[in-house]
Design a protein around this ligand. Structure first.
Ligand code: NAD
Length: 439
Protein backbone atom coordinates (compact mmCIF):
# COMPACT_ATOMS: atom_id res chain seq x y z
CA UNK A 1 0.00 0.00 0.00
CA UNK A 2 1.21 3.51 -0.79
CA UNK A 3 1.09 5.09 2.64
CA UNK A 4 0.78 8.84 2.96
CA UNK A 5 3.09 10.30 5.57
CA UNK A 6 2.94 13.43 7.70
CA UNK A 7 5.95 14.88 9.50
CA UNK A 8 4.87 16.72 12.63
CA UNK A 9 7.63 19.23 13.38
CA UNK A 10 9.82 20.34 10.46
CA UNK A 11 13.08 21.29 12.17
CA UNK A 12 16.40 19.54 11.47
CA UNK A 13 14.88 16.08 11.81
CA UNK A 14 11.43 16.77 10.34
CA UNK A 15 12.60 18.77 7.31
CA UNK A 16 15.15 16.10 6.45
CA UNK A 17 12.75 13.21 6.93
CA UNK A 18 10.01 14.99 4.94
CA UNK A 19 12.21 15.55 1.91
CA UNK A 20 13.90 12.14 2.06
CA UNK A 21 10.67 10.12 2.45
CA UNK A 22 9.23 12.03 -0.53
CA UNK A 23 12.43 11.19 -2.41
CA UNK A 24 11.66 7.52 -1.70
CA UNK A 25 8.32 7.97 -3.44
CA UNK A 26 5.89 8.70 -0.60
CA UNK A 27 3.41 11.54 -0.59
CA UNK A 28 4.48 13.65 2.39
CA UNK A 29 2.88 16.53 4.28
CA UNK A 30 5.07 18.46 6.74
CA UNK A 31 3.26 20.16 9.63
CA UNK A 32 4.68 22.84 11.88
CA UNK A 33 3.30 25.53 14.19
CA UNK A 34 5.97 27.92 12.89
CA UNK A 35 4.19 29.56 9.95
CA UNK A 36 7.34 31.29 8.71
CA UNK A 37 9.23 27.98 8.59
CA UNK A 38 6.34 26.34 6.74
CA UNK A 39 6.23 29.17 4.18
CA UNK A 40 9.97 28.94 3.56
CA UNK A 41 9.92 25.16 3.19
CA UNK A 42 6.93 25.35 0.85
CA UNK A 43 8.86 27.89 -1.24
CA UNK A 44 11.85 25.51 -1.43
CA UNK A 45 13.93 27.74 0.82
CA UNK A 46 15.50 25.39 3.37
CA UNK A 47 15.67 27.21 6.75
CA UNK A 48 18.68 25.14 7.87
CA UNK A 49 22.03 24.30 6.30
CA UNK A 50 22.31 20.62 5.50
CA UNK A 51 24.46 19.46 2.56
CA UNK A 52 22.37 18.10 -0.33
CA UNK A 53 18.99 18.65 1.36
CA UNK A 54 17.95 21.77 -0.55
CA UNK A 55 18.05 19.86 -3.86
CA UNK A 56 16.00 16.96 -2.46
CA UNK A 57 13.48 19.42 -1.01
CA UNK A 58 13.07 21.35 -4.27
CA UNK A 59 12.88 18.25 -6.43
CA UNK A 60 10.04 16.78 -4.37
CA UNK A 61 8.13 20.06 -4.06
CA UNK A 62 8.31 20.31 -7.84
CA UNK A 63 7.10 16.75 -8.47
CA UNK A 64 4.17 17.33 -6.12
CA UNK A 65 4.98 14.60 -3.61
CA UNK A 66 5.91 17.06 -0.85
CA UNK A 67 3.90 19.88 0.79
CA UNK A 68 3.97 21.80 4.05
CA UNK A 69 1.16 23.18 6.18
CA UNK A 70 0.32 24.62 9.60
CA UNK A 71 -3.04 22.82 9.62
CA UNK A 72 -3.50 19.81 11.87
CA UNK A 73 -6.91 19.33 10.31
CA UNK A 74 -5.24 18.81 6.94
CA UNK A 75 -2.65 16.51 8.52
CA UNK A 76 -5.27 14.35 10.22
CA UNK A 77 -7.21 13.91 6.99
CA UNK A 78 -4.06 13.22 4.95
CA UNK A 79 -1.81 10.83 6.82
CA UNK A 80 -1.63 7.07 7.23
CA UNK A 81 1.55 7.34 9.29
CA UNK A 82 2.25 10.46 11.34
CA UNK A 83 5.94 10.89 12.20
CA UNK A 84 6.53 12.91 15.39
CA UNK A 85 9.70 14.99 14.89
CA UNK A 86 9.28 17.47 17.76
CA UNK A 87 12.14 18.97 19.74
CA UNK A 88 12.87 17.63 23.23
CA UNK A 89 15.24 20.29 24.64
CA UNK A 90 16.74 20.41 28.11
CA UNK A 91 14.37 22.07 30.59
CA UNK A 92 15.74 25.43 31.75
CA UNK A 93 17.62 25.01 35.03
CA UNK A 94 17.17 21.23 35.09
CA UNK A 95 18.75 18.14 33.56
CA UNK A 96 15.45 16.61 32.40
CA UNK A 97 14.07 16.85 28.86
CA UNK A 98 11.07 18.99 28.01
CA UNK A 99 8.69 16.62 26.21
CA UNK A 100 5.77 19.07 26.21
CA UNK A 101 6.06 19.64 22.42
CA UNK A 102 5.24 15.97 21.88
CA UNK A 103 2.23 16.20 24.20
CA UNK A 104 1.05 19.34 22.43
CA UNK A 105 1.43 17.71 19.01
CA UNK A 106 -0.61 14.64 20.03
CA UNK A 107 -3.27 16.88 21.59
CA UNK A 108 -3.48 18.89 18.35
CA UNK A 109 -3.37 15.92 15.99
CA UNK A 110 -5.52 13.28 17.69
CA UNK A 111 -8.93 14.99 17.44
CA UNK A 112 -8.38 15.46 13.68
CA UNK A 113 -7.54 11.84 12.91
CA UNK A 114 -10.02 10.58 10.34
CA UNK A 115 -8.40 7.50 8.81
CA UNK A 116 -6.86 4.32 10.14
CA UNK A 117 -3.38 5.37 11.08
CA UNK A 118 -0.16 4.87 12.98
CA UNK A 119 1.61 7.59 14.97
CA UNK A 120 5.39 7.12 14.92
CA UNK A 121 7.55 8.83 17.53
CA UNK A 122 11.04 9.74 16.28
CA UNK A 123 12.16 12.29 18.88
CA UNK A 124 14.71 11.39 21.54
CA UNK A 125 12.76 10.95 24.80
CA UNK A 126 13.14 9.83 28.40
CA UNK A 127 12.23 6.15 28.72
CA UNK A 128 8.55 5.82 29.60
CA UNK A 129 7.42 8.69 27.39
CA UNK A 130 6.16 6.45 24.56
CA UNK A 131 3.81 4.47 26.81
CA UNK A 132 2.45 7.69 28.32
CA UNK A 133 1.90 9.21 24.86
CA UNK A 134 0.33 5.95 23.61
CA UNK A 135 -2.20 6.15 26.44
CA UNK A 136 -2.89 9.79 25.64
CA UNK A 137 -3.36 9.02 21.96
CA UNK A 138 -5.78 6.18 22.76
CA UNK A 139 -7.81 8.58 24.94
CA UNK A 140 -7.94 11.43 22.41
CA UNK A 141 -8.19 9.71 19.02
CA UNK A 142 -11.68 9.18 17.59
CA UNK A 143 -12.92 5.59 17.84
CA UNK A 144 -12.54 3.76 14.53
CA UNK A 145 -9.17 5.21 13.54
CA UNK A 146 -7.33 2.41 15.37
CA UNK A 147 -4.72 5.06 16.06
CA UNK A 148 -1.79 3.56 17.88
CA UNK A 149 1.77 4.56 18.62
CA UNK A 150 5.11 3.07 17.61
CA UNK A 151 8.56 4.38 18.58
CA UNK A 152 11.35 4.66 16.04
CA UNK A 153 14.32 6.64 17.40
CA UNK A 154 16.34 8.61 14.90
CA UNK A 155 20.11 8.30 14.54
CA UNK A 156 20.83 10.77 11.71
CA UNK A 157 23.87 13.03 11.99
CA UNK A 158 23.67 16.68 11.01
CA UNK A 159 26.03 17.21 8.10
CA UNK A 160 25.22 13.69 6.79
CA UNK A 161 21.46 13.81 7.33
CA UNK A 162 20.32 13.00 3.78
CA UNK A 163 22.53 9.93 3.47
CA UNK A 164 21.75 8.80 7.01
CA UNK A 165 18.00 9.08 6.36
CA UNK A 166 18.01 7.31 3.00
CA UNK A 167 20.56 4.69 4.08
CA UNK A 168 20.34 4.31 7.88
CA UNK A 169 22.78 1.94 9.55
CA UNK A 170 19.93 0.35 11.51
CA UNK A 171 16.22 0.69 12.17
CA UNK A 172 14.98 0.36 15.74
CA UNK A 173 11.26 -0.03 16.21
CA UNK A 174 9.36 -0.20 19.46
CA UNK A 175 5.87 -1.56 18.79
CA UNK A 176 2.82 -2.66 20.71
CA UNK A 177 1.25 -4.72 17.92
CA UNK A 178 2.02 -6.82 14.84
CA UNK A 179 -0.01 -4.33 12.80
CA UNK A 180 2.38 -1.49 13.66
CA UNK A 181 5.38 -3.64 12.76
CA UNK A 182 3.80 -4.62 9.43
CA UNK A 183 3.05 -1.00 8.49
CA UNK A 184 6.57 0.15 9.32
CA UNK A 185 8.20 -2.77 7.47
CA UNK A 186 6.25 -1.58 4.41
CA UNK A 187 7.22 2.07 4.92
CA UNK A 188 10.89 1.14 5.28
CA UNK A 189 10.79 -1.62 2.63
CA UNK A 190 13.37 0.04 0.38
CA UNK A 191 15.86 0.21 3.26
CA UNK A 192 15.15 -3.34 4.42
CA UNK A 193 15.68 -4.62 0.88
CA UNK A 194 19.20 -3.19 1.05
CA UNK A 195 19.85 -5.35 4.10
CA UNK A 196 19.52 -2.62 6.74
CA UNK A 197 19.36 -4.38 10.12
CA UNK A 198 16.08 -3.92 11.98
CA UNK A 199 15.51 -4.48 15.69
CA UNK A 200 11.86 -4.91 16.64
CA UNK A 201 11.34 -4.39 20.33
CA UNK A 202 9.12 -2.79 22.97
CA UNK A 203 8.72 0.93 23.66
CA UNK A 204 11.17 1.30 26.57
CA UNK A 205 13.96 -0.62 24.83
CA UNK A 206 13.54 1.43 21.65
CA UNK A 207 13.61 4.68 23.63
CA UNK A 208 16.71 3.54 25.54
CA UNK A 209 18.68 2.49 22.44
CA UNK A 210 18.89 6.11 21.34
CA UNK A 211 20.07 7.58 24.63
CA UNK A 212 22.41 4.65 25.25
CA UNK A 213 24.01 5.26 21.85
CA UNK A 214 24.49 8.95 22.60
CA UNK A 215 25.81 8.19 26.09
CA UNK A 216 28.39 5.85 24.54
CA UNK A 217 29.48 8.39 21.93
CA UNK A 218 29.76 11.18 24.51
CA UNK A 219 31.77 8.86 26.75
CA UNK A 220 34.17 8.01 23.93
CA UNK A 221 34.82 11.69 23.25
CA UNK A 222 35.27 12.50 26.92
CA UNK A 223 37.53 9.48 27.35
CA UNK A 224 40.02 10.77 24.81
CA UNK A 225 39.71 14.27 26.22
CA UNK A 226 40.47 12.91 29.70
CA UNK A 227 43.56 11.34 28.13
CA UNK A 228 44.35 14.78 26.71
CA UNK A 229 44.30 16.23 30.23
CA UNK A 230 46.80 13.60 31.37
CA UNK A 231 48.92 14.16 28.25
CA UNK A 232 49.05 17.87 29.05
CA UNK A 233 50.32 17.08 32.55
CA UNK A 234 52.80 14.48 31.28
CA UNK A 235 54.04 16.42 28.21
CA UNK A 236 52.76 13.61 25.99
CA UNK A 237 50.93 13.92 22.67
CA UNK A 238 47.27 12.88 22.72
CA UNK A 239 46.99 12.97 18.94
CA UNK A 240 49.61 10.25 18.61
CA UNK A 241 48.08 8.40 21.53
CA UNK A 242 44.67 8.43 19.87
CA UNK A 243 46.16 7.30 16.55
CA UNK A 244 47.87 4.38 18.26
CA UNK A 245 44.66 3.40 20.09
CA UNK A 246 42.64 3.57 16.87
CA UNK A 247 44.49 0.63 15.30
CA UNK A 248 42.92 -1.66 17.89
CA UNK A 249 39.70 -2.58 16.13
CA UNK A 250 37.98 -3.17 19.47
CA UNK A 251 38.46 0.57 20.06
CA UNK A 252 38.41 2.08 16.57
CA UNK A 253 39.28 5.62 15.56
CA UNK A 254 35.84 7.17 15.20
CA UNK A 255 34.81 9.68 17.87
CA UNK A 256 38.33 9.45 19.25
CA UNK A 257 39.56 12.88 18.14
CA UNK A 258 40.83 14.87 21.10
CA UNK A 259 39.79 18.51 21.13
CA UNK A 260 37.21 20.95 22.34
CA UNK A 261 34.61 18.25 22.92
CA UNK A 262 31.00 17.77 21.99
CA UNK A 263 28.08 20.18 21.78
CA UNK A 264 24.97 20.61 19.67
CA UNK A 265 21.28 19.97 20.18
CA UNK A 266 21.68 16.27 21.05
CA UNK A 267 24.62 14.81 23.01
CA UNK A 268 24.78 17.28 25.92
CA UNK A 269 21.05 17.42 26.58
CA UNK A 270 20.58 13.71 25.92
CA UNK A 271 23.13 12.55 28.51
CA UNK A 272 21.68 14.98 31.06
CA UNK A 273 18.11 13.85 30.39
CA UNK A 274 19.28 10.23 30.63
CA UNK A 275 20.79 10.88 34.08
CA UNK A 276 17.64 12.68 35.22
CA UNK A 277 15.39 9.87 34.05
CA UNK A 278 17.58 7.16 35.58
CA UNK A 279 17.32 9.09 38.86
CA UNK A 280 13.52 9.13 38.66
CA UNK A 281 13.60 5.37 38.11
CA UNK A 282 15.88 4.81 41.12
CA UNK A 283 18.79 3.79 38.87
CA UNK A 284 20.81 7.00 39.21
CA UNK A 285 23.96 5.18 40.39
CA UNK A 286 24.15 3.40 37.03
CA UNK A 287 24.84 6.65 35.24
CA UNK A 288 26.99 8.66 37.66
CA UNK A 289 29.85 8.25 35.16
CA UNK A 290 27.91 10.46 32.74
CA UNK A 291 28.27 13.32 35.21
CA UNK A 292 32.03 12.97 34.76
CA UNK A 293 31.64 12.69 30.97
CA UNK A 294 29.77 16.01 31.03
CA UNK A 295 32.31 17.59 33.41
CA UNK A 296 35.32 16.52 31.29
CA UNK A 297 33.57 17.99 28.25
CA UNK A 298 32.98 21.33 29.97
CA UNK A 299 36.56 21.45 31.30
CA UNK A 300 37.90 21.35 27.70
CA UNK A 301 36.15 24.65 27.02
CA UNK A 302 37.75 26.23 30.10
CA UNK A 303 41.12 24.79 29.16
CA UNK A 304 40.74 26.37 25.72
CA UNK A 305 40.09 29.77 27.30
CA UNK A 306 43.13 29.30 29.58
CA UNK A 307 45.39 28.42 26.63
CA UNK A 308 44.14 31.42 24.67
CA UNK A 309 44.76 33.71 27.67
CA UNK A 310 48.26 32.28 28.08
CA UNK A 311 49.04 33.09 24.44
CA UNK A 312 47.52 36.55 24.92
CA UNK A 313 50.16 37.20 27.59
CA UNK A 314 48.11 36.47 30.72
CA UNK A 315 45.11 38.72 30.11
CA UNK A 316 42.62 39.38 27.35
CA UNK A 317 42.47 43.12 28.01
CA UNK A 318 43.52 45.04 24.92
CA UNK A 319 43.68 41.78 23.01
CA UNK A 320 41.85 40.81 19.82
CA UNK A 321 40.96 37.14 19.54
CA UNK A 322 39.75 35.54 16.32
CA UNK A 323 37.40 32.60 16.68
CA UNK A 324 37.20 30.41 13.58
CA UNK A 325 33.94 28.49 13.76
CA UNK A 326 30.57 29.02 15.40
CA UNK A 327 28.64 25.86 14.49
CA UNK A 328 28.91 23.02 17.00
CA UNK A 329 30.51 20.96 14.24
CA UNK A 330 31.48 21.42 10.58
CA UNK A 331 28.90 21.07 7.78
CA UNK A 332 26.11 22.36 10.00
CA UNK A 333 24.66 25.77 10.88
CA UNK A 334 23.49 24.46 14.26
CA UNK A 335 24.81 26.57 17.13
CA UNK A 336 22.89 24.86 19.94
CA UNK A 337 25.33 24.43 22.83
CA UNK A 338 28.21 25.22 20.50
CA UNK A 339 31.63 24.78 22.17
CA UNK A 340 33.09 27.43 19.81
CA UNK A 341 30.55 30.09 20.79
CA UNK A 342 30.82 29.16 24.46
CA UNK A 343 34.56 29.83 24.31
CA UNK A 344 33.99 33.06 22.33
CA UNK A 345 31.53 34.36 24.93
CA UNK A 346 33.79 33.41 27.86
CA UNK A 347 36.74 35.30 26.30
CA UNK A 348 34.55 38.31 25.61
CA UNK A 349 33.34 38.26 29.23
CA UNK A 350 37.00 38.28 30.33
CA UNK A 351 37.67 41.47 28.38
CA UNK A 352 38.85 40.15 25.00
CA UNK A 353 37.68 41.66 21.70
CA UNK A 354 36.34 38.64 19.88
CA UNK A 355 35.77 38.39 16.13
CA UNK A 356 34.00 35.29 14.90
CA UNK A 357 33.81 33.80 11.43
CA UNK A 358 31.87 30.74 10.34
CA UNK A 359 31.11 29.85 6.70
CA UNK A 360 27.43 29.02 7.35
CA UNK A 361 26.51 29.49 11.02
CA UNK A 362 27.49 33.17 11.01
CA UNK A 363 23.95 34.59 10.94
CA UNK A 364 22.69 32.20 13.62
CA UNK A 365 25.65 33.21 15.78
CA UNK A 366 25.08 36.91 15.15
CA UNK A 367 21.43 36.62 16.17
CA UNK A 368 22.30 34.73 19.36
CA UNK A 369 25.36 36.82 20.28
CA UNK A 370 25.02 40.30 18.74
CA UNK A 371 27.66 41.72 21.10
CA UNK A 372 30.47 39.73 19.43
CA UNK A 373 32.12 41.02 16.23
CA UNK A 374 31.93 39.11 12.97
CA UNK A 375 34.18 39.01 9.92
CA UNK A 376 33.11 38.08 6.41
CA UNK A 377 35.98 35.64 5.90
CA UNK A 378 38.65 33.93 7.96
CA UNK A 379 41.23 36.47 6.81
CA UNK A 380 38.98 39.44 7.54
CA UNK A 381 38.10 38.10 10.99
CA UNK A 382 41.81 37.58 11.71
CA UNK A 383 42.94 41.07 10.71
CA UNK A 384 45.15 42.58 13.48
CA UNK A 385 44.35 39.66 15.73
CA UNK A 386 46.66 38.72 18.62
CA UNK A 387 45.47 35.12 18.94
CA UNK A 388 43.60 32.90 16.47
CA UNK A 389 41.50 29.99 17.76
CA UNK A 390 40.35 27.20 15.45
CA UNK A 391 37.26 25.88 17.19
CA UNK A 392 35.14 24.20 14.47
CA UNK A 393 37.09 22.15 11.94
CA UNK A 394 35.50 23.36 8.70
CA UNK A 395 37.54 22.12 5.74
CA UNK A 396 38.27 25.71 4.67
CA UNK A 397 39.98 26.30 8.03
CA UNK A 398 41.94 23.05 7.79
CA UNK A 399 43.17 24.26 4.38
CA UNK A 400 44.10 27.77 5.56
CA UNK A 401 47.45 28.96 4.29
CA UNK A 402 49.60 29.86 7.33
CA UNK A 403 51.43 32.50 5.27
CA UNK A 404 48.24 34.22 4.09
CA UNK A 405 46.79 34.22 7.59
CA UNK A 406 50.14 35.28 9.01
CA UNK A 407 50.17 38.32 6.73
CA UNK A 408 47.01 39.81 8.30
CA UNK A 409 47.35 39.04 12.02
CA UNK A 410 49.13 41.23 14.59
CA UNK A 411 50.94 38.19 15.96
CA UNK A 412 51.27 34.64 14.71
CA UNK A 413 49.69 32.72 17.58
CA UNK A 414 47.14 29.98 17.09
CA UNK A 415 45.37 27.42 19.25
CA UNK A 416 44.10 24.46 17.29
CA UNK A 417 41.07 23.44 19.32
CA UNK A 418 40.29 20.49 17.08
CA UNK A 419 43.77 19.09 16.43
CA UNK A 420 42.97 19.65 12.77
CA UNK A 421 46.11 21.45 11.53
CA UNK A 422 49.57 20.17 10.79
CA UNK A 423 51.62 21.56 13.66
CA UNK A 424 54.93 21.35 11.82
CA UNK A 425 53.68 23.32 8.81
CA UNK A 426 52.36 26.10 11.03
CA UNK A 427 55.47 26.23 13.20
CA UNK A 428 57.64 26.32 10.07
CA UNK A 429 55.67 29.40 8.95
CA UNK A 430 56.62 31.14 12.18
CA UNK A 431 53.45 30.50 14.13
CA UNK A 432 53.36 29.86 17.85
CA UNK A 433 51.13 26.77 17.54
CA UNK A 434 49.36 25.22 20.51
CA UNK A 435 46.77 22.48 20.66
CA UNK A 436 44.73 20.74 23.32
CA UNK A 437 46.51 17.70 24.76
CA UNK A 438 49.80 18.23 22.92
CA UNK A 439 53.16 19.62 23.96
P1 NAD B 1 14.13 21.35 16.01
O1 NAD B 1 13.97 22.23 17.18
O2 NAD B 1 15.03 21.73 14.88
O3 NAD B 1 12.68 21.04 15.37
C1 NAD B 1 11.50 20.93 16.10
C2 NAD B 1 10.36 21.51 15.26
O4 NAD B 1 9.09 21.25 15.89
C3 NAD B 1 10.43 23.03 15.07
O5 NAD B 1 10.35 23.35 13.71
C4 NAD B 1 9.20 23.55 15.82
O6 NAD B 1 8.65 24.72 15.26
C5 NAD B 1 8.25 22.38 15.69
N1 NAD B 1 7.16 22.35 16.67
C6 NAD B 1 7.18 22.73 17.99
N2 NAD B 1 5.97 22.52 18.52
C7 NAD B 1 5.17 22.00 17.56
C8 NAD B 1 3.83 21.54 17.54
N3 NAD B 1 3.06 21.56 18.63
N4 NAD B 1 3.34 21.07 16.36
C9 NAD B 1 4.12 21.01 15.24
N5 NAD B 1 5.41 21.41 15.22
C10 NAD B 1 5.92 21.90 16.37
O7 NAD B 1 14.58 19.93 16.63
P2 NAD B 1 15.39 18.75 15.87
O8 NAD B 1 16.84 19.00 15.92
O9 NAD B 1 14.74 18.48 14.57
O10 NAD B 1 15.11 17.54 16.86
C11 NAD B 1 13.87 16.90 16.96
C12 NAD B 1 14.02 15.64 17.78
O11 NAD B 1 14.86 14.72 17.10
C13 NAD B 1 14.68 15.85 19.14
O12 NAD B 1 14.11 14.96 20.07
C14 NAD B 1 16.11 15.48 18.89
O13 NAD B 1 16.78 15.07 20.06
C15 NAD B 1 15.94 14.33 17.92
N6 NAD B 1 17.08 14.11 17.02
C16 NAD B 1 17.67 15.15 16.40
C17 NAD B 1 18.74 14.93 15.55
C18 NAD B 1 19.48 16.08 14.91
O14 NAD B 1 20.56 15.84 14.37
N7 NAD B 1 18.95 17.30 14.92
C19 NAD B 1 19.22 13.62 15.35
C20 NAD B 1 18.55 12.56 15.97
C21 NAD B 1 17.48 12.81 16.81
Amino acid sequence: MAYRLTMVGTGYLGATTSACMAELGFEVLGVDVDAEKVARLQAGDLPIYEPGLQEVLRRNLANGRLRFTTSYEEAGAFGDVHFLCLGTPQKPGEYGADVSYLDAAIESLAPHLKRECLVLGKSTVPVGTAQRLADKLARLAPIGTGAELAWNPEFLREGFAVKDTLYPDRIVLGVASDRAEKIMREVYASMLELGTPIVITDYPTAELVKVAANAFLATKISFINAMAEVCEAAHADVKQLSLALSFDDRIGGKFLNPGLGFGGGCLPKDIRAFMARAGELGADQALTFLREVDAINKRRRNRMVDLARELAGGSFHGCTVTVLGAAFKPNSDDIRDSPALDVAVKISEQGGRVTVYDPVAQENARRAHPHLSYGDSALEAARDSHVVLLLTEWQEFVELDPEALGAVVASRKIVDGRNALDAETWRAAGWHYRALGRP
